[in-house]
Ligand binder design. Sequence first.
Ligand code: XCC
Ligand code: SF4
Length: 625
Amino acid sequence: MAKEPRPVEELSIWEDARAMIRKARKEGIETVHERLDQQTPHCKFCELGTTCRNCTMGPCRISAKAPRGVCGADADVVVARNFGRFVTGGAAGHSDHGRDLIEVLEAIVEGETKDYRITDEPKLRAIAAEIGVATEGRTVMEVARDVMDAFYADFGSRRKSISFLCRVPEKRKAIWAKLGMTPRGVDREIAEMMHRTHMGCDNDAPNTMIHAARTALADGWGGSMIGTELSDVIFGTPTPKMSTANLAVIKKDQVNILVHGHNPVVSEMILAAAREPELIEQAKKLGATGINVAGLCCTGNELLMRQGIPMAGNHLMTELAIITGAVEAVVVDYQCIMPSLVQISGCYHTKFIDTAAKARFTGAIHFDIHPHNAMEQARKIVGLAVQGFVERDPGRVDIPGEPVDIMTGFSNEAVIKALGGSLDPLIQAIASGDIRGAVGIVGCNNPKFKQDSMNVGLAKELIKKDILVLVTGCVTTAAGKAGLLLPSAIDQAGPGLRKICGSLGIPPVLHYGSCVDNARILQLCAALANGLGVDISDLPVGASSPEWYSEKAAAIGLYAVASGIYTHLGHPPNILGSETVTNLAVSGLEDLVGACFVIEPDPVKAAELFDIRIRAKRKGLGLSE
Ligand code: XCC
Ligand code: SF4
């Protein structure tokens, strides 16, 4: 029996979302919300993390009646193994994305591509110097080759630690070394977690959790950081610029192409092709006024940060964007792309195009994109989208509302430049209490929670308390649609932030990029800690993922905590079936790594918790509360 659909007002805080959910219902199109209704109530064992399918003596469900699996594993072991593999899935996603950037760098170095090049040579040289690659008197390609080799080696087994450990404060490195948490190689930690969680290996929950943290650190300071840094080298380091957000960035009179996924390697080429005069001319011949490339999720964030493209939406907007009926093509690379997009595209004239051999979608049009053929393929894809314009049914087009202006492009380099060349003014503002602290709000939407209610609610509460907010991933569009990514949002901030952001002409909520770009926040925290001669855990900072859903978000949360950053989640991962694992996450880690998770669904209460934490950390540093 189909359940009564929930009222749209309960599903999202946004009018554009509500309008499209209504339209979907009217047109008989199923979305994530209806599918969630069909899947609930969820399996209690799975929610608690106490199901195990790691061998065929099982599957086993751990309960009071049957407290051990067939092999003898108890709830602690099963929960820790499941959580370990969950985090590892996320670390693998980010890191394999990072590796793809190394492969593009390799193609550049080997002369195998004309479509990609080194755009930010000073940044390449700066990174080289940091990780111990000689730069003096060497050509850019010589330096690039050695950086490429160093990063490839970071994925392997021959090193005691990954390259970017050089950025980590000494005290933090000592904590990791003592706990056996120092990430050695990205693929190594990932493979070792798969090994440890095989039947009959790591059967001590805290020990498994330590390795989960090590794997997450290999993501944050390894795979993700490499992904971010090489994206800057190849596509340019972001600088502040203006753009727009929400579904109204889709244009009635233009060919609309949505780029979705994570890696800028494909989407940058699509954008470049869409800007070519011949293709624009073709679009005009077919009655469109131009070609509009808009972003979804993180590949959107990548292009927003560097190229200023408009953002159509975050995770829960991806289906709804197609329902406008005005999208000629959705071009995807990988991660967070709901397979339902293929079916929804099929309800319209929309072409769903996948581009990665490792992320194929049944029913999609496939274009294999590699460094040597990227532009050629991108032109074909854009050409296909342009042809699709005549297939659009104007009677089914409904684009709700008006776009909202946003400011984007805050890389650390851009922030340092805005501050006059160093982080000192930021450190002074923190010391004086004008900026009491900073919190990164990151991650996703989850249909279990009213879309963006917590993402936006928490950001608003924090800036009122003079806590600077940095956003990445799907929180970006949320903050943007709420008007928080504009300098005028200082009106909603406390007096200190109003003063500092007002004088710099920047918003109190800064867009810091995509999900792999959380590495920028790690780097900033490390630089602040190093500047003050303290550990990251001593800083008045925090992290939050209020509406997270993905394995990747769990990896981000765990590397944040393991890096010494107090981290809030709006709902717990599936670990509550083990008291040992739960206690470790929400308190025990504090003793080990100087930070822990806190779970709080209410954004006002979560902001209070950050306030208390920041007060304590300021006191610890001898600063005014
Ligand atoms: Fe995915 Fe990065 Fe989450 Fe958005 S925020 S739903 S992981 S796209 Ni990373
Ligand atoms: Fe059951 Fe143990 Fe096999 Fe897991 S590993 S399915 S708990 S027997």
